[in-house]
Design a protein around this ligand. Structure first.
Ligand code: NAP
Length: 327
């Protein structure tokens, strides 16, 4: 592994897509990173700033189909494509797809193809920083999985047998290519539950939160571009239940999580690497826990950069110290 004060070279595969461009947005401002290559598929040959004018003046990267090896490679590709590429890559690979998150047989059940057996680490920073140091294969968590796991982790070991949750998500969660259920006329002024009780992120959450419970999850597409808000009602218990104080203590010192005694809203997190949790207390120890994230930041690109930081032994929020835009 490189020393903690070195500059690392990075590549981003899938930079014409939403998570790839968002990952690049954070990487281009990172003080210890040099972006050396970026790829696309049908957009190969174009300049990055021709596709995304946000990058004009920031980089002259041209999207290739292949790039020279780098110290670290971010894979921002559709499910199934990342696992084809990863075995041939040297250095550290951080995969934002679902190809390496779940153990078998859960992976095959969720994604419909078998998983490679390389030693991938599930990259939710809250599961421990030291376990990430020097890792060469990191599976970045799913966006809904991140929000749900952050809402449930403080209750690990004390969760009821069945947890019920509802989550709303914006259209960028489905990627840049529109489909009949994801393009604008289908989503605007509409709410649509989908994959009810069968979302592929559920097994990730259960594994991350220590298993021993079932998660009944209702995802819903909302008329937003970015953002996820999950709502999780939790019962009280003999020893108490979820509380603002417990959650605040659990996440104390974590720069990528803020805990509020009120419901969070999406404007507090959009464009930001931070998750906002809200814990609203009710009678008899009952509580409702909320988690708001930007699906492309804490749910994808900035979380991938946080994982790079942990792999390198840098502070988890290096290059990620920005507040959400106002208003
Ligand atoms: N969107 C989210 O909120 C989110 C959050 C967390 C994780 N993820 C995961 O991140 C991955 C990328 O998602 P996304 O939303 O960024 O998708 P996207 O917007 O559709 O971007 C996909 C990228 O992959 C490239 N690509 C497509 N097919 C390819 C192939 N056969 N070979 C090489 N490159 C190919 C595309 O290039 P062209 O544009 O040139 O075709 C594009 O750069 C997915 O696995 C997704 O599940 C997404």
């Amino acid at each position: 592994m490189r020393s903690a004060d070195s500059i690392v070279s990075v590549n981003v595969y899938g930079a014409s897509g939403y998570t790839g461009a968002e990952t690049l947005r954070w990487l281009l401002g990172h003080p210890r990173v040099r972006v050396v290559g970026a790829t696309a598929n049908k957009h190969a040959g174009k300049r990055l700033d021709a596709l995304w004018p946000q990058f004009v003046g920031a980089t002259d990267l041209v999207l290739g189909t292949e790039v020279a090896p780098a110290d670290v490679t971010f894979l921002c590709l559709p499910h199934g494509e990342a696992s084809k590429l990863a075995p041939g890559l040297t250095g550290t690979v951080i995969d934002l797809s679902g190809d390496h998150r779940l153990p078998e047989p859960a992976h095959s059940a969720a994604y419909g193809f078998p998983r490679a057996t390389d030693p991938w680490i599930y990259g939710l920073p809250e599961l421990g920083h030291e376990r990430m140091r020097g890792a060469t294969r990191v599976a970045n968590p799913g966006c809904f999985a991140t929000a749900l796991a952050l809402a449930l982790l403080p209750m690990r070991g004390a969760l009821p047998a069945v947890v019920t949750a509802v989550g709303l998500t914006g259209s960028t969660g489905s990627g840049a290519t529109p489909t009949p259920t994801t393009h604008h006329p289908a989503r605007a002024e509409n709410l649509r539950p989908y994959k009810v009780l069968e979302h592929q992120h559920v097994p990730e959450v259960v594994a991350a939160c220590g298993a021993g419970f079932a998660l009944d999850f209702v995802p819903m597409s909302a008329p937003l571009r970015r953002g996820i808000l999950v709502t999780v009602p939790l019962p009280g218990s003999a020893g108490g239940g979820a509380s603002f104080e417990n959650y605040r203590a659990f996440y104390d010192g974590n720069p990528l999580v803020r805990v509020l005694p009120t419901p969070p809203d999406l404007h507090g997190v959009l464009g930001s690497p931070r998750a906002d949790l809200g814990v609203v207390a009710g009678p008899d120890g009952r509580a409702v826990v909320f988690c708001a994230i930007d699906n492309l930041c804490r749910g994808a690109g900035s979380q991938a950069v946080a994982n790079l930081n942990l792999v390198m032994g840098w502070p988890v929020d290096l290059g990620l110290r920005s507040l959400p835009p106002v208003p």
